[in-house]
Write a protein that binds this ligand. Structure first.
Ligand SMILES: Cc1cc2nc3c(=O)[nH]c(=O)nc-3n(C[C@H](O)[C@H](O)[C@H](O)COP(=O)(O)OP(=O)(O)OC[C@H]3O[C@@H](n4cnc5c(N)ncnc54)[C@H](O)[C@@H]3O)c2cc1C
Length: 437
């Protein structure tokens, strides 16, 4: 089986295919980046050490002899989907959803306005990242009420020393140490009870040293509506507790704003302010506009998948279309093609959601197995010889482990634990695929 994408969904899919000793499949994990783990490595915030530690469990799955890794191989570029379909009984797309959504308002393209995706990629050392400079940024608007917005706000407010035990790169620490940020504003379109934050992550913001958390009491419901979900009740209770706090003159402030919809990013050569429209509790417009001066706007209004050549794509839902986990081509289930994870479900769900998704999908693959074996074209199985013939140099498991060793050495040199390599060249050099000397 070829599993395309070695993020959590891909690795849990490999797990579901190979953990059964009675008839284990052979799995080739094909990954665009030189390293596996997808958003576990490049999305999950570096200070969430417990979640990052899920990597240890994923590593055990990758270590199984029946699982092979072909990283640094982009499907649709280095190898085509048709080539793979001829060589595998089944292909499972676990491509994730790595692009951001836009707010669709004027001024969004001004310098200083960026997506949370870009900022997250930067602090997580993604090899495609662009650099960020916060030395002249005092106030930041974070638009969105999901956990990614919380991560972004926390990374802007956290003491850089608290990140030293993590795997963030030295250049990220240098930028954060030189940061001039004093105020972070989080804006939600609807009322406080509608935020999508999980309460544990929300509370973390209120516990940051050197940060005053400010919520205007008039922004909160007078009475907590009785029909709220338990999580919404807990979140409103956190906001209520914050609204009773008085500012203690700490060097940084977090401002929570509800019922505020971005209307325009204002500025000339760069962002100067965010214009917002006051909304009703349900997010409807009231026409009342107000401006909040900020130097940077980071929108966190959702991730979406991008099309990969040869892979069916629904441009309305931004997902790989499926019925019962089977990929649809021209509206019909395509034999031998499946999808798991964010590419199929959209950008929702935590790591564990991909695990149950993988288990359910592999049940369907197993049910189809007899037909699948019958349809493979008589080509040599596996992608290895194709890549060699095409001159594509891939990172296999042993080369990936070498990258991890080099990252450990990199961290040790500065008295830290493992620190990520963030450049393509450095990653490929560590893997022994290029010589930069
Ligand atoms: C900022 C952020 C923070 C998060 N924090 C948490 C958290 O704290 N806790 C939690 O439980 N969950 C968290 N999540 C959610 C979690 O990361 C996702 O549930 C999970 O990563 C989705 O897995 P996936 O494999 O579908 O996608 P991804 O993780 O995106 O993996 C997809 C993989 O496919 C590869 N790929 C894409 N195109 C190709 C191609 N053409 N050829 C080959 N490979 C390709 C990509 O490089 C990537 O490695 C967070 C998500 C984000 C964005």
């Amino acid at each position: 089986v070829a599993v395309i994408g070695a993020g959590p969904a891909g690795i849990y899919t490999a797990d579901a295919l190979t953990h059964d000793d009675d008839g284990p499949a052979e799995v080739d994990l094909i990954e665009r980046l030189p390293v596996p783990y997808g958003l576990l490595r490049y999305g999950v915030a570096p200070d969430h050490l417990k979640i990052k530690a899920v990597g240890e469990a994923l590593r055990k799955i990758l270590e199984r002899p029946s699982v092979r890794l072909f990283a640094n191989v982009a499907v649709g570029e280095d190898v085509t989907v048709d080539q793979l379909r001829d060589r595998y009984d089944a292909i499972i797309y676990c491509l994730g959803a790595s692009a951001d959504r836009s707010m669709g308002i004027a001024g969004e393209e001004l310098p200083g306005s960026a997506s949370a995706t870009e900022f997250v990629s930067w602090y997580n050392g993604h090899p495609d990242r662009e650099s960020h400079d916060l030395s002249e940024v005092r106030a930041v608007a974070v638009v969105g009420v999901g956990n990614v917005a919380l991560d972004v706000a926390r990374m802007l407010l956290v003491e850089p020393a608290d990140l030293e035990p993590t795997d963030v790169t030295e250049d990220v620490l240098t930028v954060l140490r030189a940061s001039a940020v004093t105020d972070v504003h989080i804006f939600g379109r609807r009322a406080a009870q509608h935020v999508k934050f999980t309460t544990k992550e929300l509370r973390e913001l209120g516990e940051l040293t050197n940060v005053d958390v400010l919520v205007a009491g008039e922004n909160l419901p007078d009475e907590v509506p009785a029909d709220l979900t338990p999580m919404a009740k807990r979140n409103v209770a956190v906001f209520q507790e914050w609204s009773e706090r008085t500012a203690e003159g700490r060097p940084r402030r977090l401002h929570m704003h509800f019922r505020a919809r971005p209307a325009e990013v204002l500025g000339d050569d760069r962002v100067r302010a965010l214009r917002l429209e006051r909304t009703t509790a349900d997010g409807g417009g009231t026409g009342e506009l107000f401006d909040v001066p900020v130097d940077r706007v980071l929108r966190s209004v959702g991730y979406r998948a991008v099309p990969v050549p040869g892979v069916p794509f629904d441009s309305e839902s931004h997902t790989v279309p499926t019925v019962d986990h089977r990929v649809l081509r021209d509206g019909e289930p395509s034999p031998g093609e499946y999808a798991v994870g964010w590419a199929k479900r959209g950008a929702t769900g935590v790591l564990g959601t991909n695990r149950s998704d993988a288990t359910e999908t592999i049940r369907v693959v197993t049910a189809d197995a007899a037909q699948l074996r019958a349809r493979r074209v008589d080509e040599p199985p596996g992608v290895g010889d194709l890549l060699v013939d095409a001159g594509v140099r891939f990172v296999d498991k042993s080369r990936w482990l070498t990258i991890l060793d080099v990252e450990a050495e990199e961290g040790a040199a500065t008295g830290r634990g493992r620190v990520k390599l963030a450049d393509w060249d450095r990653l490929l050099e560590a893997a022994g695929l290029v010589d930069l000397t």
